[in-house]
Design a protein around this ligand. Structure first.
Ligand code: GAR
Length: 231
């Protein structure tokens, strides 16, 4: 039987798919825990108008529940309990070098990367931090925000450089800290903002709308959370 048209159709699809693969922003997401930001990023990347795709997720924690996410990407565990920092990063770097991602997204990745990785992937690593940087760098941010009576908090997406939570800021989202708010309530509120701004930043990267030159974001796009006014 003559099947040429079928073959042509197949080839066309292959070319289309190939083009999409070539043009997509290749993302690797590093997690340590729940992975709710990872899910929000994966959802954004699944949209047709977003030229980005997650090629792999990496966890330093074999029990991270975020690893249960389903998708067409590789899942890699590099258990940091089994290696010293140097060896852990050596393995991480080897894996990243094979994947050659365009962007590395730290999403609740609770390990500090040394200059070995940061230099190799200069201006290609971004992170989400649950405070309005440069305030409240480090851990237990919500606890400190509440105990210091700060009125406004939020989250920041920033480039990762060699200073802890200190790289150039790409986007921030803020919220008021209500009187008597608990740490859990504040964490939940801020996480919801993270789930909006992190995917939004990735979309801007995918559309080549964010560039960095001598530690300055060239096209800093204000990403604000739209809120309905209470009547
Ligand atoms: C997020 O709130 C993120 O900002 C924070 O961990 C949480 C991870 O949640 N990251 C840091 O504290 C990094 N210093 P997730 O695993 O559900 O995405």
């Amino acid at each position: 039987m003559y099947q040429q048209p079928l073959i042509i159709c197949h080839r066309k699809n292959t070319i289309k798919q190939f083009k999409k693969i070539v043009e997509d922003l290749k993302i690797v997401v590093l997690i340590s825990g729940k992975g709710s930001n990872l899910k929000a990023i994966a959802k954004e990347c699944s949209k047709k108008n977003v030229p980005a795709r997650i090629i792999s997720i990496i966890s330093n924690n074999p029990n991270a529940s975020g690893l249960q996410i389903k998708g067409k990407f590789k899942k890699k565990v590099i258990n940091d309990k089994l290696y010293d920092k140097k060896c852990f990063e050596f393995r991480l770097q080897n894996y990243l070098a094979k994947l050659k991602p365009d962007l590395i997204c730290l999403a609740g990745f609770m390990k500090i990367l040394s200059s070995l990785i940061i230099k190799k992937w200069k201006n290609k690593i971004i992170n989400v931090h649950p405070s309005l940087l440069p305030s409240f760098k480090g851990l237990k941010t919500h606890e400190r925000v509440i105990s210091e009576g700060v009125k406004k908090s939020g989250c920041t997406i920033h480039f990762v450089n060699e200073t802890l939570d200190g790289g150039p800021i790409i986007a921030q989202g803020s919220t008021m800290v209500k009187k008597n708010m608990t740490v859990k309530e504040l964490q939940k509120k801020i996480l919801k903002i993270e789930h909006i701004i992190y995917p939004e930043v990735i979309k801007l990267f995918a559309k080549k709308k964010i560039t960095i030159k001598s530690s300055k974001i060239k096209e800093k796009t204000p990403i604000t959370k739209k809120r309905k006014k209470k009547k």
